[in-house]
Design a protein around this ligand. Structure first.
Ligand SMILES: [Fe+2]
Ligand SMILES: [Fe+2]
Length: 170
């Protein structure tokens, strides 16, 4: 596969792992604030991001390409509120969407069609991720400082059942 595409996918693996690490940091903060539902939601999200990284990594391996694992940025903390956590989560997803778009563009321009097909799933996934993030942020904005509503929201987040596995590459 074209070297520019391989390089770009390697960067995306790093970015998905950074997102995973960042969600883990958010989960830890929530747990310590006794928002255990949000902590659970964020830990599952962290696992999902890890699976995204593995999906891209397996794709590179399946294509017999060079995998380069790089340093992962330390996550930001602490947070001001539950709303602050999810606002940053949404920002992170918006950044990832842009990265996926430009990765797709690179693969397309370099006529790396197998990569284009692989990345299709990520484009759809990002639409879903941003939608979910926006819904949570909006709810938390409405809730504001209403403690019972905040507890109810935490319970709702805690009902998340599991992370959706990304379909395998091969
Ligand atoms: Fe992701
Ligand atoms: Fe994500």
């Amino acid at each position: 596969m074209n070297q520019r595409v391989v390089e770009a996918i390697n960067r995306q693996i790093n970015s998905e792992l950074s997102a995973s690490y960042s969600y883990l940091g958010m989960s830890t903060w929530c747990e310590r604030q006794k928002f255990v539902g949000a902590a659970r939601w964020l830990r599952l999200q962290s696992q999902e991001e890890h699976m995204h990284a593995m999906k891209l990594l397996d794709f590179l391996l399946a294509r017999d390409c060079d995998v380069q694992l790089r340093a992962i940025q330390a996550p930001q903390s602490p947070f001001a509120s539950l709303l602050d956590v999810f606002e940053r989560a949404l920002e992170q997803e918006q950044d990832v969407s842009q990265q996926i778009d430009s990765l797709y563009e690179t693969a397309f321009n370099e006529k790396a069609f197998a990569a284009v097909a692989e990345l299709q799933w990520f484009l759809t996934e990002q639409v879903e991720e941003e939608k979910t993030g926006r819904e949570i942020v909006t709810k938390l904005q409405r809730i504001g400082n209403d403690q019972p509503a905040l507890l109810e929201m935490d319970r709702e987040l805690g009902s998340r059942t599991g992370s959706t596995p990304a379909p395998a590459t091969t």
